[in-house]
Structure formats: C-alpha cells, structure tokens
Design a protein around this ligand. Structure first.
Ligand code: UN1
Length: 498
C-alpha cells in the first residue's frame, strides 16, 4: 500500500503543518488496515493562529456586500455538485455509511449552500412604525465576529455546511474543527470553499483532538459564537465554557427518538420506516429511531415483520452497492454499543436479533455490529432512555394513544418523533402533543430537509435551531435603528402621552 497522504491545516489562506509536527491517523471503519490519511494533531498554538486569522479577516468580510459573499457560496455549491461522487466516496471510506447516504450527505451541503447563497439577497430585517412623528424605525441583522464550529463524524459534510454557510453569508469568519474520525470530509469542504474564492482568513480549518483544539476554541475570548453538534456531555462543557463571559453557544446534542405505531397504521409502511429510522447510518444519527412504540393490538404482527427484515439487512463495506448498513464509526463505539446490549439483557429486555459484533469473513476487517432489536422493553429501562448511537432499537408495547405519547415524551431528550396512523384527528393531536423539535407523520424520525428549522427541546438543544431561516438567527444579532428627522428632541414614552 502507498504511504498515506499527509494533510495540513488551512490557516490564513495557506496550508500549514501543525507547529508541533504531530499527526493522527484517519482509519477506514470498514477496513482498519486502510489508512485514509494523516491529519494534523494540532494544539493550542495552532488554534491561536487560526483565531487570529479569522479575527483579522472579519472586518473585510463584514463589509463585503452579502450578494458578493453569496457569489462565493454559489460557486462552492456548484463545485460540490461537480465533485459529488468523489466526495461521497471519500466520506464512505472514512465514515463507513453506504454510498447512497454519503451522496445524500454531500447533497445536503449543496442544498444548504444554494439556500444560504439565496440569503445574500435577503437577510431580511424589517421596517416598522414609530410612536413619534418624523421618526423612522427599522431593524437589521448584524454579524457577531469569529465563529467556532465543532462538528461530529456522522454527517461529516452536511453538518459543517449547516453551520458554515449561514455564518459566512451573515458576514462572520470561521474557525472549523471537524471530528477526528472524519477530518477528510471537513478538509474537502474547506478546500472547496477556499477554491471558490473566500478571502484569506475567512474560513480556517484545524484538525486535532477535542482536548487540544476544541477546548481552547470554546474558551477563546475572541470567539463570539460556538456552534457545536455532538454529545450532551460535551455540549454541557461548551455551555459552561461560554457562560462566564456570555459568549453565545448553539448546541445540538443527543436524541432518543420514538416512532409510535398505532393500531390503524399501515404496518408494512411502519416497518419500512422503523428499519430506515433505526438502522440507516448504522443508527448513528441523533435523529435515529432508537425506540419504536407499538400498539398492543398490532404488536406481534409488527414485531415479527420488523425482526425478519432487520435480520435480512446486508451489513458490510458501504462502497459495495448491495450493502444496506455499514460499520460503527470505530472499535470503541462498537464496544460501547455492545455494553448497552449487555445492559439491556440484564434489565430483562428480550433480545430478538443481533446482539453481537460481526467478525466473520470481511467483517473481521472493520467495526461491524449486527442490527439488534430488543422487544418487550419497559420505557424506564436504560436501553429505552439513553442514547446508544448504534444499530440497536428498543421496542415498547403500549395500550392507548395517550400512553404512547407519554412514553415518547418520557426521556430527557426531545429531537424528533413520529407516528404512523391513518386517523387524521390522532395525527393532529400527535403534532400538538409530541414534545420534540421535529415531528413526522407516517414517516420515520430521520430525514430533515435543510429549509426547515432543525433542532430539539430539553437536553437535545439550548433553544436555538439550525437550518432554515432559524439557522441565520444563531449567526446574526438584531440591531434596532431609530432615525429621528424632526429636528427636535422627542422622548419616547414621555412625549407620546403628554
Ligand atoms: C444528525 O443526526 O446529527 O434528519 C443529523 C436527519 C438528517 C440529519 C441528521 N438530515 O436525519
């Protein structure tokens, strides 16, 4: 095998080696002998340079007219279209999910690029009235400065695009730290944006560990906003790091999403949804349908079909077009999944399929785990409450709609939920009562589109949303402007009522 390629950081318009000269390996999770590349194991001094570059570039970028910023975003989106296939292949090689899904991941970045480029000619504020004569009032959006982006490995290009495109169109500059399991897609994304014409320092890429790069980034006084997607545990650390000096943070964290299958559901459709929602991306989505609640009247029928279909899923290297599910992201994650399976068994959940690592034939090369279903779960079991982030689905029987909703809402997270029913009244009650940031009717819990707000309630988020127009709110602040053209001192609230 040829020596793996050595990658660099991108700081202030140049590709640079980390000061400390250290690197880490990016390993293919489907074949641990395949080293995708060596990436900079950066540390605090590299980060300082990246933040300084972003800070220096801010004024120039802030004053660049948004339609001009948009030209660069349009060009980047076009380049993503042209290189979609090669980008998807790189992503499958470093992340493991199947090609269809990595193409979808790149497509999400394309869609977001085009959508946010369109914002270059909008970024709408509004004009209003004034309570005083000869006075004008309006509000506009202003950028915040340097944004730090800390992104996960499960959507290695889509999620960075949800953060970086809106930040840039609003006039902010960026320091981007991609997850260490998937730095290549972060590199590819940053390279394209820079080739599309971003001025130096506007987008800086820096790879390395959470401790050495993420920590100093989230604590940096010159970073005005941290946008983080990842675990609730790290999200809490980000929140605490930003709190003392009130720097903004936007957090997208865990999920324990539920599909409810009512007694009048189209069962085959619900099985299709549970399969895709539970085992798509090897269950490694924060939106994954890791719980399925089934009405007791159809419980056995549903479960039999669901288990049979899960057993038949073809697991393997995502570059093989016949494969339906790829590996876990790495061996450590697979171990953590297996620990949860042991916990489930000890709690008395009924293991109906899977429950083991796959080690036969080519599976031995990677971090593969069998699609796993637990039946007869109690809603309070740990496997029904905690995010596993792997191919494990807990199935919970229930009696009534109200009880189903209560179970669905009875976790600390609140990202996504779904109901399968043919009853329109029930569907509307579910839309109202499921307390999550996203609700699906007759569709699984995954598959959000980029022009609607994405995010969750409770311990999934901190009140912000990304994507859609809501995504712009994170990267801009309102400025209210009053213009008094009366030529006299007019006092609001006082002169209006004298
Ligand atoms: C995530 O799992 O972090 O809605 C994001 C979905 C995808 C994004 C998931 N579009 O499932």
């Amino acid at each position: 095998m040829p020596a793996p390629k050595l990658y660099k950081n991108y700081i202030n318009g140049e590709w640079v080696e980390p000061r400390g000269g250290k690197t880490f390996e990016n390993v293919n999770p489907a074949d641990k002998s395949d080293i995708v590349g060596l990436f900079p194991a950066s540390d605090k001094c590299d980060l300082e340079e990246a933040v300084a570059a972003a800070k220096a570039a801010y004024n120039g970028w802030r004053l660049t007219p948004p339609p001009k910023r948009a030209d660069i975003l349009f060009r980047a989106a076009q380049m993503l279209v042209e290189r979609k296939e090669e980008l998807a292949r790189d992503m499958t090689r470093e992340m493991g999910k199947i090609l269809k899904e990595t193409r979808g991941d790149v497509q999400e970045a394309i869609d977001m690029g085009l959508y946010m480029a369109g914002e270059g000619r909008r970024l709408l504020g509004y004009t209003s009235t004034s309570e005083l004569p000869n006075k004008f009032a309006m509000c506009v959006r202003q950028p915040l400065g340097v944004c730090g982006m800390i992104t996960p490995w499960n959507f290695p290009m889509a999620i960075p695009s949800w953060k970086i495109f809106p930040a840039l169109i609003c006039g902010n500059t960026v320091v981007f730290k991609p997850a260490s399991d998937t730095p290549l897609s972060g590199y590819n994304f940053a390279k394209i944006l820079n080739e599309a014409g971003l001025p130096k320092g506007v987008l800086n890429l820096i790879t390395g560990s959470g401790g050495k790069v993420g920590e100093p980034l989230m604590r940096h006084p010159d970073v005005s906003v941290i946008s983080f997607t990842g675990s609730t545990e790290i999200g809490r650390q980000v929140s605490v790091a930003c709190a003392p000096d009130f720097r903004h943070c936007h957090l997208e964290m865990g999920g324990k999403n539920m599909i409810l299958v009512m007694d009048d559901a189209k069962l085959e459709l619900a099985v299709d949804g549970a399969l895709w929602g539970g085992f798509g991306t090897t269950g490694q989505r924060c939106t994954a349908a890791s719980r399925v609640g089934v009405h007791k009247k159809v419980y056995k029928q549903f479960l039999d079909r669901f288990v049979a279909r899960a057993k038949a899923l073809k697991v393997g290297n995502g570059l093989d077009p016949t494969v339906e599910m790829g590996p876990c992201i790495n061996a450590k994650q697979r171990e953590s999944v297996h620990e949860y399976v042991e916990i489930g068994k000890n709690e008395g959940a009924r293991l109906l399929c899977g429950g083991t690592a796959l080690t036969d034939g080519d599976h031995a090369k990677g971090a593969f785990y069998a699609p796993t279903i637990f039946g007869d779960c109690d809603p309070k079991m740990r496997v029904s409450q905690e995010e596993i982030f792997g191919p494990v689905v807990s199935v919970i029987p229930f009696d009534t709609f109200e009880q189903g909703v209560e179970i669905a809402n009875g976790v600390v997270y609140g990202l996504s939920s779904s109901i399968y029913t043919q009853d329109v009244n029930r569907a509307f009650a579910a839309m109202r009562d499921l307390y999550t940031g996203i609700v699906y009717i007759n569709a699984p819990t995954i598959g959000a589109e980029i022009h609607l707000p994405f995010g969750g309630v409770k311990q999934t988020g901190n009140g912000h949303r990304e994507a859609g127009i809501a995504g712009i709110d994170v990267f801009s602040e309102w400025k209210s402007i009053y213009v008094d053209y009366s030529g006299t001192l007019q006092r609001a609230q006082i002169d209006t009522h004298s």
